[in-house]
Design a protein around this ligand. Structure first.
Ligand code: NAD
Ligand code: GLY
Length: 349
């Protein structure tokens, strides 16, 4: 049964798919998945925290709709997003004899989505997968657009693939069980969208907003970007705003600092430097800072900028000896600046 509050975004990329945003959608997940994947064997991939809260609802719904279900659970956290867990997921899929007509469901935050997505992209050279994101961050960003990845000891997201999901089911009710600090992590990526998009900026600046509306606006913004540049040859780089320092910060913290917080700090660094390079004036900087603060509060940077620049040297956004930074000229006006890797420390202060 459809509810009248559902919002649907159709992403038309190399594979086209719907992102459905609704309340209490998990109990209908089997029914909705059946609309895009014929009943088959489904591997639900999740972490131990999410498993305890949401697996049963999803598994029951899948079974009720004729799917055979197997489940793989790994320990929550970024430190699991590695070659070891990835290898275990692949072995689990093989042991359970999943074939190319079977499917995988990623149930959890961005860590689950990135890693399960990469397993789906590579197992048997690619099987279908469905994203059921359960953190704000994964609902507005990682579950949409087809970037999948795992980390290496040398750096963040260094192995991955572009592989679009077959469906994304966003249940806003899952946000009710999120600890506040993890919710704020998601608001770090939301702050990024606010700088990129005047509409999102205005909604957050206003007195009151419904998070469901903001999720819709963020997904729809990302849809527009991904449809124009799925493989990040051009404007998709906008979505990396704040991410070069953020990846350095995550690495320096040995991944104890979350991605969302690191993005919030990275955004501060980029905003300060956009001002000191004269790209943005004081009035606009202050307006943007106020919205960022409304999203994430104060986020003091625990590392020196020199260390962050050193740690960011292995960033994916490096090509040859050049690093591409996204700098802020105003709300909705973010531009690419190429900096020699060995000059990054002089450029970011
Ligand atoms: P996460 O997946 O580690 O989730 C954070 C914590 O919240 C985990 O401990 C998890 O168990 C718990 N959790 C998840 N849902 C819950 C719920 N509903 N209730 C209670 N607890 C819940 O982290 P994240 O912030 O969702 O994602 C971060 C990851 O996403 C990073 O690895 C980052 O690199 C990646 N990412 C990818 C993209 C992309 O485009 N692929 C974009 C942004 C971020
Ligand atoms: N999160 C950045 C992107 O999807 O391109």
């Amino acid at each position: 049964m459809k509810t009248d509050t559902a919002k649907r975004v159709r992403v038309c990329a190399s594979k086209s798919y719907d992102v459905i945003i609704d309340s209490a959608i998990l109990s209908r997940s089997g029914e909705l998945i059946k609309e895009v994947v014929k009943p088959c064997k489904v591997a639900v991939i999740t972490d131990d925290t999410v498993d305890k809260i949401y697996s049963k609802t999803v598994v029951d719904s899948l079974k009720k709709n004729g799917f055979g279900v197997v489940k793989f659970v790994f320990q929550h956290g970024e430190s699991s997003k590695n070659l070891d867990t990835y290898g275990k997921i692949l072995s689990f899929l093989a042991e359970n004899k999943l074939t190319r007509t079977d499917a995988l469901v990623a149930l959890g935050g961005g860590v689950v989505g990135d890693m399960a997505g990469f397993a789906a992209a590579t197992y048997l050279r690619g099987i279908k997968y469905i994203q059921i994101p359960t953190t704000l961050l994964s609902q507005i960003d990682s579950s949409v657009g087809g970037k999948t990845a795992i980390d290496l000891p040398e750096g963040k997201n260094l192995v991955g693939a572009f592989c679009q999901p077959n469906l994304v089911l966003i249940d806003v009710c899952t946000l009710d069980s999120l600890p506040n600090e993890i919710y704020i992590d998601g608001m770090g990526e939301m702050a990024k969208y606010a700088v990129l998009d005047q509409n999102i900026f205005d909604v957050i600046s206003g007195d009151k907003y419904q998070i469901k509306d903001l999720i819709y606006l963020a997904v729809d913004y990302k849809r527009r970007v991904v449809e124009k540049d799925e493989f990040e040859g051009g404007i998709r780089k906008l979505l990396n705003l704040g991410h070069t320092p953020a990846h350095g910060i995550e690495k320096l913290s040995e991944y104890t600092l979350s991605h969302g917080r690191a993005v919030a700090i990275g955004l501060d660094i980029i905003l300060d430097n956009s001002y000191s390079h004269g790209y943005i004036d004081k009035t606009n900087l202050e307006k943007i800072n106020a919205v960022v603060k409304k999203c994430v509060g104060e986020n003091p940077c625990p590392f020196s900028i020199e260390d962050i620049c050193d740690a960011a040297q292995n960033d994916k956004k490096r090509s040859g000896d050049t690093i591409t930074l996204m700098m802020v000229y105003g709300v909705g006006d973010v531009r690419e600046v190429k900096v020699k890797a060995d000059e990054l420390k002089g450029y970011l202060k």
